[in-house]
Design a binder for this molecule. Structure first.
Ligand SMILES: [Zn+2]
Length: 464
């Protein structure tokens, strides 16, 4: 290799590494038009408008709205428009008087999920379409109020490829945007010039602009001006302007296939036998604070000792499982139980399973567990427990080197997040004699850990 070529390559590399996301056929931006609520004007005027000025758009509907003009909606589907999900009952903040009886503040996660799932089912029954996109009613993404507020972004993220917000400010960065929170820019009341300007701004950054409107017609409240819309489509379709106009899901699929893979574990590793053991005592008692121990068979070993030590001071529950960090099932199981009960202290360890996941994956995935505990158990004090040592290293399995590496990873993350660490590893490292097998502990070993766990939890109990 000549020095000149070597030099050229050296300079070329960083540019290649940062290569920008590219739209198809040299387009400079993508624009999706979307309309919410299955308003009557959408099939009535939109059907014809999008034939005269050909464009495929996305309608976020509720099944009750579709029923008002089933034939019209079937024609929109036949024309190739996308049908998205906008929930069944359109829950919004109760601050709107019209939503007071269906207020997001009063929702549980189970109720919210049932509402969305009913829409998925009914839309499929009515129109034969399985919705892949969701639009947050009123653009709101939370349920509950105050310290009990929970995000329902994860609930829709597991159900839809994309979910769109409302009254956001700008276009989406295709190389980065979280598909569960696609920005939606309101098109109601916009002039053609304003729509064009927004698309041109998006084009400067190679963005994906998603418009969100309601009625289609003459300028009025919550109405996207039909004349502006026609002009905008004609302008966007002119190849000279470099705009790719398509539905939310079509653009999303392209983006998915053309951006660097999102940082998630690509393969799920499971053990030959997976198990979960959940124990929730005193579910009808309310006098004492509640403590939850999350862990595995080690936790199950010291659980009853902790319960005994905290008798009269707290109700102690456990979620123990073989599921590992990196397995989405770990998160969905924990989420399920946290929806049923509120805890004041959550003492957790997940580190003795999932040895098919590298430590890098462990590090990358740990924050989603932390995020789940924070969002599903609002107000709870968290304590991380370090993973205990093994008596004998196992090839491709638990080894003290790997356990220590994982403990270091979480300890750093926990300290950064202001979470205290219960160092059960330090406690047990000098008690190898208390192992009952290579991993687990004898009665004495469990009792020793129970004392330390009870002490670390007790200091965090609220005074009731
Ligand atoms: Zn709506």
């Amino acid at each position: 290799m000549t020095p000149a070529l070597l030099l050229a390559l050296t300079f070329a590399l960083p540019a290649m590494a940062q290569e920008a996301f590219r739209w198809p056929e040299g387009k400079r931006a993508a624009v999706s038009l979307s309309f919410d609520d299955a308003r009557v004007s959408q099939p009535k005027l939109g059907l014809d408008l999008f034939r005269r000025h050909p464009a495929k758009v996305t309608f976020y509907v509720g099944p009750r709205g579709v029923e008002k003009d089933l034939a019209g909606w079937k024609s929109l589907v036949a024309d190739g428009h996308e049908i998205g999900n906008h929930s069944t009952s359109h829950p919004c903040p109760g601050n709107f008087a019209w939503s007071r009886k269906n207020a997001l503040e009063d929702y549980s996660m189970a109720r919210l999920e049932a509402d969305v799932d009913a829409a998925t089912r009914d839309i499929e029954l009515l129109l034969g379409v399985r919705t892949a996109s969701f639009a947050y009613p009123c653009g709101m993404k939370t349920i509950g109020r105050g310290v009990e507020t929970q995000s329902y972004v994860p609930a829709v993220a597991t159900r839809f490829r994309t979910s769109r917000g409302f009254r956001d400010e700008a276009a989406n960065d295709p190389g980065y945007v979280d598909f569960a929170q696609i920005a939606g820019v309101e098109s109601d009341g916009m002039s053609f010039e304003a729509m064009k300007a927004a698309a041109q701004t998006a084009a400067k950054a190679g963005g994906w602009l998603v418009f969100a409107g309601h009625e289609i017609g003459k300028p009025a409240n919550q109405t996207t001006d039909a004349a502006a819309l026609e002009q905008f489509i004609d302008w966007a379709k002119n190849p000279a302007n470099g705009i790719w106009l398509d539905t939310v899901d079509s653009v999303a699929k392209y983006v998915e296939g053309h951006r660097p893979a999102p940082k998630t574990v690509s393969t799920i590793h499971r053990e030959a036998i997976e198990w979960t053991d959940v124990w929730m005592p005193h579910t009808n008692d309310h006098a004492l604070p509640r403590v939850l121990l999350i862990g595995d068979s080690i936790t199950r070993g010291y659980y009853s000792g902790v319960e005994e030590k905290l008798k009269g001071k707290a109700y102690v529950a456990r979620i123990t499982t073989s599921k590992a960090i990196g397995d989405p099932a770990l998160l969905s199981e924990i989420r399920t139980y946290l929806q049923e009960e509120r805890f004041d202290v959550v003492h957790f360890n997940v580190g003795m399973h999932g040895w098919d996941y590298s430590e890098q994956e462990y590090q990358r995935e740990f924050p989603s567990l932390l995020g789940l505990l924070r969002s599903s158990s609002p107000g709870a004090k968290l304590v991380w427990a370090n993973t205990t040592p093994v008596r004998k290293d196992r090839e491709n399995g638990a080894s003290n080197l790997r356990i220590e590496a994982r403990n270091r990873i979480v300890q750093q993350l926990a300290v950064a997040a202001g979470i205290p660490v219960d160092d059960l590893h330090w406690l047990m490292v000098s008690h190898a004699d208390l192992h009952s097998d290579d991993v687990h502990y004898t009665k004495e070993g469990n009792a020793l850990m129970a004392v330390q766990v009870a002490v670390s939890v007790e200091g965090l109990l609220p005074r009731k």
